[in-house]
Design a binder for this molecule. Structure first.
Ligand code: NAD
Ligand code: LMR
Length: 333
């Protein structure tokens, strides 16, 4: 039973709050799915001026849920106001791609938003506690833009979402091996949240046994598994006519919960600030296998050896991120 009696509320800012993902996200956060059934929450919603009326309707529905943990709802079209004192910021608001559009087309359209919001976070968020998750695409490069425009915030407090890709991979692997998603360990996504990402099963296990040996079908991995995970976003758009929303919100909740409370020794995937690990250029927001401790500190899994096949895919996604960075360089102070 959620109550949260006695604990101080934390401030969770969400941009694009009345969009598809926002509508899935707010109710789950307010019900305690993200930070637990004993953590009171204040939701701080940012929307465009033209969407304030729709946001008002969402806030009315939140009221109507009578969530015990929900201690306040801020509705704003001003980034600094929405981010004031924020402990968490989920940057979702951006234009999604539609049928046939490649993610690169979105780069310029969305980059400006993250420059403005980085500056606003720098001014008004809680720098000592802040965790930022960028969901709006192209997520890795938007995280880079936001972080670079927030010079007073540790760049390690910014991240971009590849947890949806990670979860998609787990589901495919569980299906292929006839096991549960929780039986799969040490799977990871390298690189960009895009069609160049590399879902890597080489270190993975299923019920403690090697995934590669259990599947024993390199052709399936190469021609089926990897492209399915890489293209899943486009496949959802083709099927639904809209980009993924409930699954994206669910992954965002997984990401923030694990970043706060830890992964219990398990691997997950997060796109985080690269110090040059595994040859990912320093400064990029790159998805790595990470383990989060129970104090909420993440560490990249070290000492993995990438074979030639993996290295080629790693380099492809790394190069794409470098070219995305080059495409927005005027927005990178
Ligand atoms: P949507 O169009 O339904 O909602 C976006 C909302 O953001 C709208 O309500 C819009 O008014 C608002 N918005 C736009 N610019 C804003 C700004 N500057 N400040 C505040 N709000 C703003 O889109 P959606 O389906 O919710 O998707 C949102 C983003 O998430 C898209 O970029 C999409 O591609 C991305 N996405 C990422 C992943 C991932 O795994 N990283 C998965 C799914 C979707
Ligand atoms: C997804 O992975 O579902 C989103 O990033 C949407 C998209 O454009 O692929």
């Amino acid at each position: 039973f959620a109550s949260g009696k006695g604990k101080a509320p934390v401030r969770v800012a969400i941009t694009g709050a009345s969009g598809q993902i926002g509508y899935q996200l707010l109710f789950r956060i307010a019900s305690g799915d993200m930070l637990g059934k004993d953590q009171p929450i204040i939701l701080q919603c940012l929307e465009l001026p033209g969407a304030m009326n729709s946001l008002k309707g969402v806030a009315m529905e939140l009221d109507d849920c009578a969530f015990p943990l929900l201690k306040g709802i801020v509705q704003s079209d001003k980034p600094e106001e929405a981010f004031a004192g924020a402990d968490y910021a989920l940057l979702v608001g951006a234009r999604p791609r539609s049928k046939g559009m490649e993610r690169g087309d979105l780069l310029k359209a969305n980059a400006e938003i993250f420059s403005v919001q980085g500056k606003a976070l720098d001014k008004s968020a809680n720098r000592d506690t802040l965790r930022v998750l960028v969901v709006g695409n192209p997520a890795n490069t938007n995280a880079l833009i936001a972080a670079r425009n927030a010079p007073n915030i540790d760049p390690k407090r910014f991240s971009a979402m590849t947890r949806l890709d990670h979860n998609r991979g787990l589901a495919q692997l569980a299906d292929k091996t006839g096991s549960a998603v929780t039986d799969i360990e040490k799977f990871c996504i390298w690189g960009n949240h895009s069609a160049t990402q590399y879902p890597d099963i080489n270190f993975g296990t299923v019920k403690g046994k090697s995934l590669v040996n259990t599947i024993n079908d390199q052709k399936w991995v190469k021609d089926n598994f990897i492209p399915t995970v890489q293209q899943r976003g486009a496949a959802i758009i083709a099927a639904r006519g809209l980009s993924s929303a409930a699954s994206a919100a669910s992954a965002a909740i997984d990401h923030m919960r694990d970043w706060t409370y830890g992964t219990n020794g398990q691997w997950t995937s997060m796109a985080i600030y690269s110090e040059g690990e595994y040859g990912a250029d320093k400064g990029l927001y790159f998805s790595f296998p990470v383990i989060v401790d129970n104090k909420g500190k993440y560490e990249i899994v070290k000492g993995l050896k990438l074979d030639q096949f993996s290295q080629e895919r790693f380099d492809a996604t790394r190069k794409e991120l470098l070219s995305e960075m080059d495409g927005v360089k005027e927005l990178l102070p």
